[in-house]
Design a protein around this ligand. Structure first.
Ligand code: G3H
Ligand code: ZN
Length: 270
């Protein structure tokens, strides 16, 4: 089937009280492995292209890969720009066939975050794409967290209509040192003031029980990047004994598939 937007699949997540996985793809092989897994598991999924892959010059090529492979799938798939940095980058992604974009204005002032998100919503909606915004900072695991403010959620969602909202509740990109310090009370307070589907970034390394709590409170999309990359590298290394390239790739893909399946089982409460 052709690609869908987050608008088609997030209501399903709300209805079932589950979270849709958003897997970052960094190579064609990871893309193949992720799409095979979501098809086998019959799991609607968000396929995200992040800033590292874009810096590596792969915005268009990864988009073309996803579009081509998704045509033969039965499972709905969203092609999503992760942590979009500017209106220009959003436009580039939409031209490359993305059906969803995130505009990350979390480093801007609150007013500028609203302004850039309004502009992105105007452009993306005209192109039929969905939009994710961010409030509160999702930093590296070493940085001091900046938690989302409940009043900001009220004011932001009154000013701009987004399809998903990423919130900073102490979550961070990369692996955590020890058990993450997630502020579930803050998440509950946010949930109480908005119906916009909430997104948890920094999904790698969050223990299963905390993921379950986040979903129970109302997280409807969870981003996983680092664990997918690590699984690929581990698989490649495990398959490298006789130096055969395709043996390595086969092991890399199998490792990604196993990791993605474990996240699907957890997020869909299988
Ligand atoms: O936007 C991407 C994610 O938030 C992934 O975070 O690398 O910690 O899984 P992660
Ligand atoms: Zn993120």
């Amino acid at each position: 089937m052709s690609l869908v937007t987050m608008r088609e699949i997030l209501p399903y997540a709300e209805e079932k009280k589950i979270a849709i996985p958003a897997f970052n793809i960094d190579t064609m092989e990871i893309t193949q492995a992720i799409l095979e897994t979501v098809e086998e598991e019959n799991c609607p999924a968000i396929i995200a292209v992040g800033q590292a892959a874009i810096k590596d010059g792969k915005l268009e090529s990864l988009a073309a890969t996803v579009r081509t492979l998704a045509k033969d799938m039965k499972t709905p798939v969203v092609l999503h720009l992760d942590h979009g940095q500017s209106v220009e980058q959003v436009v580039k992604a939409l031209c490359a066939g993305f059906t969803s974009v995130m505009i990350d204005g979390s480093k801007l002032s609150f007013e500028d975050n609203i302004a850039v998100t309004q502009e992105v919503v105007r452009i993306a909606n005209a192109a039929g794409a969905s939009v994710e915004a961010e409030l509160g900072a999702i930093l590296g695991s070493e940085d001091k967290p900046f938690l989302v403010r409940v009043q900001d959620v009220i004011d932001f969602t009154a000013a701009v209509k987004v399809d998903a909202l990423a919130v900073g509740i102490g979550n961070a990109h990369g692996l955590y040192k020890g058990r993450p310090n997630l502020d579930f009370q803050r998440l509950q307070e946010v949930r109480d003031v908005t119906d916009v589907p909430l997104v948890l970034h920094g999904g790698s390394g969050i223990p299963d029980d905390m993921i379950q709590t986040a979903i129970e409170i109302g997280i409807r999309k969870i981003n996983v990047a680092t664990e997918i990359r690590m699984a690929y590298v581990e698989g490649l290394l495990s398959g490298s004994a006789n130096g055969d390239y395709y043996e390595m790739v086969k092991a890399g893909k199998a490792s990604v598939k196993a990791r993605a399946k474990s996240k699907i089982d957890l997020f869909l409460r299988k």
